[in-house]
Design a protein. Structure first.
Length: 190
């Protein structure tokens, strides 16, 4: 053993549209801790500009099912009923922790609860958009979802907000720069 102190699992979750990706990207640039982002696996096809291993590990449905059966995921699920699966690969998290990294899992509430069942010492942060109205404004502002998809995401968000008490920390993302500083401060206290 090299004497490297094991890292920590940091779970950042919140509703779709809360700004998780933006906050995590800035946190990785500015926080002085040895942070590493766990890259999720998915069965969906890459979008334009996405590179395997950077945005996601793109797996076939067969490979994903094989890995699921082999218990290679900390958490995984089919998302939005479209037949595509997403999950957090256990070995990627373990490798980062053993290297002394603070491994960030940017996952939904259901995934966060599954990880907490296995790693209750995880640092959990719920990124809150502030209000449902603000969340709706952001989702509509993206211009990427149909009306049905926006309504579905808002319904999921209302359920996810009920889980805030299960998180150690809640950060309102009304100003991204402030939210990044607040999360960085929270992590440094650990």
């Amino acid at each position: 053993m090299t004497g490297t102190k094991p890292g920590k699992i940091v779970i950042i979750s919140g509703p779709s549209g809360a700004g998780k990706s933006t906050i995590v990207r800035e946190l990785l640039k500015t926080c002085p801790l040895p942070l590493a982002l766990s890259v999720s696996a998915t069965t969906r096809a890459p979008r334009r500009g996405e590179e395997p291993g950077r945005e996601y590990h793109f797996l076939s449905h067969e490979e994903f099912a094989r890995r699921r059966a082999a218990n290679e995921f900390l958490e995984c699920k089919e998302v939005f009923g479209r037949g595509d699966w997403y999950g957090t690969l256990r070995d990627q998290v373990t490798t980062g922790l053993l290297q002394g990294k603070w491994v960030i899992l940017e996952i939904d509430v259901e995934g966060a609860m599954a990880v907490l069942d296995q790693a209750p010492e995880s640092v959990t942060i719920f990124l809150d958009p502030g209000t449902i109205e603000e969340l709706e404004r952001r989702l509509r502002g993206r211009g990427t979802d149909s009306e049905d998809a926006v309504q579905r995401r808002l319904a999921v968000a209302r359920r996810e907000l009920e889980f805030i008490p299960r998180y150690r920390h809640r950060v309102v993302n009304d100003q991204p720069e402030r939210a990044v500083r607040e999360i960085s401060d929270i992590l440094q206290r650990y």
